[in-house]
Design a binder for this molecule. Structure first.
Ligand code: F6R
Length: 258
């Protein structure tokens, strides 16, 4: 198991460390371990989707081997679907409990999330935003990136000072996420997401992207214009970001190797 980050780093982006490594799970697990060493009782922000699954698997293996201790951590979620049937296996609470908390041997009560069954989703989103602040702040927020450059479910265009709120999912996002459902019709049309302003308040950010389908969005986010049309470009406004890419996701970066 890797204990350090020793892969290729690329330069030229203030505040952003870019690691290109075929083993995105190992490289990103090293970042999470550094965080937990520094803040064993910290708040870890969890993302859903396929990008962090390898990371959660590696952290689970380390937990099993007695080399990682998540017992002091609390968790917050990045987002949650609205409108799924109660108890759906695709709700982000179900996914995070199954894919992250179980391997980390963490009680589901330690995970704060928006409640999709709340009668007023907008009020629930605002409550959730306040509850994130009430944790004392997120120490490390894990992120993936959509093919359209979304982070969380902040679809383009999204305000950089946006708070946690109800959003409509882009059709491209619904199509991409239909792989987790029997058909695209079952993919929710709305979600509650941490806003970009909320995400940027985390002390550290860790974005993981894999595969050539993400290469355009990664290059635009890290090297294109910074603006609301490319939500992930907001990362360049944050002082402490690590981006972990496999070579396919990094392929269109102009600055590639330091
Ligand atoms: C997940 C989330 C999304 C995903 C993004 C990438 O909680 O907020 O932004 O991170 O859609 O998804 P994957 O990793 O499945 O390619």
């Amino acid at each position: 198991m890797r204990d350090d980050v020793d892969a290729v780093e690329t330069g030229g982006r203030r505040g952003i460390r870019v690691i290109v490594d075929p083993d995105t799970a190992g490289a990103s697990a090293a970042v999470v371990r550094d965080f937990v060493r520094a803040e064993p009782r910290g708040v870890l922000g969890l993302a859903t989707g396929s990008s962090p699954l390898g990371l959660y698997r590696v952290l689970g293996e380390l937990t099993e081997a007695g080399e990682f201790d998540a017992s002091g951590l609390r968790y917050v979620a990045l987002d949650e679907y609205l409108g799924l049937p109660a108890g759906s296996a695709q709700s982000y609470r179900s996914v995070l409990e199954r894919e992250a908390l179980e391997p980390l041997r963490s009680d589901p009560a330690r995970l704060a999330m928006p409640d999709p069954s709340a009668p007023d989703p907008a009020e629930e989103a605002a409550r959730y935003d306040r509850s994130i602040a009430a944790t004392g702040g997120v120490g490390l927020q894990i992120l993936g990136i959509g093919r359209n450059g979304h982070i969380g479910f902040n679809e383009p265009p999204s305000p950089f000072d946006g708070r946690t709120r109800v959003v409509d999912l882009a059709e491209s996002t619904r199509r991409d996420n239909s792989r987790f459902f029997d058909s695209v019709d079952e993919v929710p049309r709305r979600a509650v997401t941490q806003g970009i302003g909320t995400i940027l308040e985390a002390k550290r950010l860790l974005l993981v992207a894999r595969g050539s389908a993400k290469a355009d969005a990664v290059a635009a986010a890290l090297e294109g214009p910074i603006g609301e049309a490319m939500p992930a470009s907001a990362l360049r406004l944050h002082p402490d970001v690590t981006v972990v890419l496999d070579p396919e996701a990094a392929a269109l970066l102009a600055v590639h190797g330091s």
